[in-house]
Design a protein around this ligand. Sequence first.
Ligand SMILES: [Zn+2]
Length: 296
Amino acid sequence: MSAAPTAAAPASPSPTIAVKAKPVTTRPPNEAGLIPILEYHRITPKPSPYDRSAAQFRGDLERLYREGYRPIALQDLLDKKIDLPQGASPVVLTFDDADVSQFRYRPDGTIDPDCAVAILEEFSRKHADWPVRATFFVLPDSAFGPAKERTKKFRYLRETLGCEIGNHTVTHRSLRSLSDEAAQHEIGEAVQKIQAILPGTSVDTIALPMGISPKDRTLLAKGTFAGRAYSNKAVLLVGANPSPSPHSKEFAPLRLPRIQAVEGDSGITDWLNRLQKSESAYVSDGDPEKVTAPAS
Ligand SMILES: [Zn+2]
């Protein structure tokens, strides 16, 4: 945000004068409220019921912005570090399956303006208080199309945009159908493949294919494949609710519900309507050091 020019400019800048930002909404603080974690798949001109068109995705971002939502990183949710201005509500954006429609280069090497990454960047350029924050749960063998672009794309997501890369297993099979050993193979090998694409990538969150857990749920939090241990501090489900606040007793990082970015019951429009009407969403008090919740 740029300050308006003043009539008489001071001789030297006064960095100690902090201007209190205007509240994003007039809603009362509720830092025990609900937080939508949105789940996107493909961004495509002819969307199936599980996909979104570029226009729909832009519309989702506009609506979220208008209603006072601002994006936070999944890691910040897990770390309970929600630093938003007064009256703002956090939203977490997640993308599953790493379809090329999420991140595509055109033949001239520029990013396709209708892929998810370009739409996020475009929105952030237009709205200074909407940074690019998203987690991409990838299938490493097919992530974002052409193999030769994969390292560049992972690096761009992590290092240029500050996005996160999460685990979506190697083959997207139902983990419940697998032996304990095979389930650890799916999870642990995906981590190793992601780190082979971009060394140094920390992978400590997983989105369950189809939302299905392995028979032994403890293998989600930690396990071993090929002599290397993996661990996850968050497990993301498929449906169909907002997450409790990390300041609430109900917050369960190893079972984080998500809201699918689809129409219909419990989809994005339904849930944003419900949160708007019930005033049950998390609303920031503007002070990251303090947790403000209405007395219940
Ligand atoms: Zn998936």
